[in-house]
Unconditional design. Structure first.
Length: 110
């Protein structure tokens, strides 16, 4: 009898492809206490939804997202994903710079 491997669920499928990294943008409500919104830009090997959930639960979280993160803003990043790790690093920085140039306060994006 030959042992068979369990089938991988579609939930973890993104992690098993070569181009599985994603960039994401989180809307932050009033992080400076001045009544103005801001954004957090990040990259992940998870889905943006899974990563946002981890931030909110405190798992490998950026404190700014855990405390002030309201929602993901997919219109700013969904068309870019997925991509290889090196590309995600570049796009993360470019996306953060683009938002800063438009006058937004941006956290992350390194």
């Amino acid at each position: 009898m030959t042992a068979t491997r369990p089938k991988k669920s579609s939930i973890g499928a993104a992690k098993h492809t070569r181009h599985h990294h994603c960039v994401y943008v989180v809307y932050l409500r009033n992080p400076r206490g001045d009544g103005k919104a801001a954004y957090y830009v990040g990259m992940t090997g998870l889905t943006p939804e899974q990563r946002f959930q981890n931030h909110k639960q405190g798992t490998k979280a950026a404190g700014i997202v855990r405390r002030f993160g309201e929602r993901l803003v997919p219109r700013l990043y969904a068309h870019l994903n997925p991509m290889p790790y090196a590309k995600a690093q570049q796009i993360e920085a470019m996306l953060a710079d683009s938002l800063r140039k438009r006058g937004y306060v941006v956290y992350g994006g390194h």
